[in-house]
Design a protein around this ligand. Structure first.
Ligand code: NAP
Length: 512
């Protein structure tokens, strides 16, 4: 039986290049790779060799005959990607008849310049580690990674939900990369506090900023600063033991919590808040979060989308993860009326809508549940005279086919004393580097930091601070590869400034 890509797909595409028959798509070279919710194996060309299984850093690929029940739906999800539409057009952007027998892969090449190259990387999250991996393929390159926290790997450690064990296992790959003798990680070193950007420029010929998008987007509605309103970013940090958030006060003495926004972070938070705490006890969840969850009174978590199901930000794999793992989910059939009959060509979106319809037809579960609500924009957080949150007022929307919102004039107040904003992460300006305030990113061209449209010599960027907070852990592999390609070609072209005192020292045993 062909192999199947399942929920944990991280999109790093290692499987694409391991496959001897090029049956995993989209490849990074194909259209749609950057926006695809996962990668898909073509069951008609898979030769069942298992090479992709060994290549996948998160164990997301499973032989069809070994699929667990809660992942069974992924057989159809993979196959549907290769279906043809009623008009006979291939949905898959590359006509299978023209597909190459092997995915194009560049031969590792010798750099044209033999001199040593020292690169400093700021941050140790996925984009930093993938950049280091790419650089360390070249024997004359040494890398020093500067991480402000005492433990490495950024969002892979502090952002991935504790019950997503497969995704968290990507840290084993990062450990391997960090173990390279030409790689040094300086933990507890904050650039701007312990060292300046110009210190880094003195030490290295090139600096890659991979600091991520460390804060959350602010919700601008009345009452948003009340004490029962927390950001999902902070809550995720709280249950993942992030030192910036481990002292957060989270009051779960409420029968309902409302999460604003319906991306994958919102689903993570809703799942953790409704999980049986004992099922989390053996995970990496923080002890303080586990103790609070054990006394939680939350019965319902409402996940609020301002648009309809067609534009839901959560991905199909994560919805399957909720629907098929016995997690009680509720969808109001009224929220699906405008999409039920809609012609939707994209198989992933179609499968998402069909699964939502399937959930809507299920009997309402008793006990703890997640309610996926749509067409509602938050308009005010209600508080009592003491400033305690009592509810969230929402305005109902009509949603155009292009996703634009039009308020219907109907409002309602959802009773709750805990409101979580999950409306996306945001990058912060780095002193000494240009910043695009509107997008919360460092302007760049193919990873070269641009200052007034001109490349800033020896300065590069990768990850969320480069492209914005989107994609999965593995998306950073292609992103960082682009940045490293630019850096190495500048090195070969003699465009890197000479560092004043290049060198490296290795710190051992700090991140066990
Ligand atoms: P996201 O996917 O961008 O979702 C943000 C949500 O906030 C959207 O529903 C958006 O609605 C909504 N929103 C934005 N502004 C709003 C406002 N003013 N009022 C109400 N709603 C508003 O962000 P995310 O959930 O933080 O995820 C970030 C990235 O990490 C994503 O690529 C995600 O897939 C990834 N991630 C993946 C996993 C996983 O694979 N398990 C887990 C966590 C995160 P609109 O769509 O209408 O703008």
């Amino acid at each position: 039986m062909p192999h199947v890509v399942t929920q944990a797909c991280c999109g790093d595409a290692s499987c694409v290049y391991a496959c001897p028959v090029n049956c995993i798509h989209p490849t990074p070279e194909e259209p749609g790779f950057g926006t695809s919710e996962m990668l898909y194996i073509d069951p008609s060309t898979c030769v069942d060799c298992g090479a992709c299984v060994s290549a996948c850093p998160v164990g997301a690929i499973v032989p069809g005959h070994r699929l667990p029940d809660d992942q069974a739906r992924f057989t159809d999800v993979n196959a549907a990607h290769y279906d043809v539409t009623a008009t006979g057009d291939a949905r898959f952007p590359v006509d299978p008849a023209r597909r190459l027998p092997l995915a194009p892969i560049d031969k590792p090449r010798r750099l044209e310049v033999d001199a040593p190259l020292s690169v400093g990387i700021v941050g140790s999250g996925p984009s930093a580690m993938y950049a280091a991996d790419e650089l360390l393929r070249h024997p004359q390159v040494s890398v020093t990674i500067y991480e402000r926290l005492r433990r490495p790997f950024g969002l892979a450690r502090y952002g991935v939900a504790p019950d997503h064990l497969a995704t968290r296992s990507v840290m084993r790959l990062f450990d391997d990369i960090a173990g390279n003798t030409r790689c040094e990680i300086r933990l507890g070193t904050s650039i701007g506090r312990d060292l300046s950007l110009s210190d880094l420029r003195d030490r290295h010929q090139a600096v890659i900023w991979a600091g991520g998008a460390p804060t959350d987007r602010r919700l601008d509605i009345p009452g948003a600063d009340a004490s029962g309103v927390l950001s999902a970013t902070a809550l995720v940090g709280w249950y993942n033991d992030h030192p910036d958030h481990d002292h957060l006060t989270v009051d779960l003495a409420t029968s309902r919590a409302v999460v604003i926004g319906n991306g994958n972070v919102a689903l993570d938070v809703a799942r953790i808040l409704t999980a049986d705490p004992e099922s989390l006890a053996d995970t990496t969840i923080s002890r303080h979060a586990l103790a609070t969850l054990r006394t939680s009174e939350v019965e319902e978590v409402v996940v609020l989308g301002r648009r309809g199901p067609l534009h839901a930000a959560f991905t199909l794999p994560e919805l399957i993860g909720l629907a098929d793992k016995g997690i009680p989910v509720v969808v109001d059939p009224a929220d699906l009326t405008d999409v039920a009959e809609l012609e939707v060509d994209d198989p992933t979106t179609r499968a998402k809508l069909d699964l939502l319809a399937e959930i809507a037809a299920r009997p309402i579960p008793s006990g703890r549940r997640i309610r996926l609500a749509f067409h509602r924009s938050p308009s005010a957080v209600e508080t009592d005279a003491d400033g305690t949150v009592t509810g969230l007022t929402v305005t109902h929307n009509r949603v155009g086919a292009d996703g634009t919102l039009e308020p219907t004039g109907v409002t309602e107040t959802i009773e709750t004393s805990l409101v979580l904003t999950s409306i996306g992460y945001r990058g912060v300006a780095v002193p000494g580097l240009p910043f695009d305030e509107a997008r919360g990113v460092i302007p760049h061209q193919a990873g070269r930091v641009l200052d007034d449209g001109e490349p800033l010599p020896g300065t590069y960027v990768t990850g969320w601070i480069k492209r914005g907070p989107s994609g999965f852990i593995g998306t950073n592999k292609t992103d960082s590869s682009e940045t490293v390609t630019s850096l190495l070609s500048d090195f070969e072209a003699g465009l890197l400034p000479q560092s004043a005192r290049p060198g490296r020292r290795r710190l051992l045993g700090l991140f066990a």
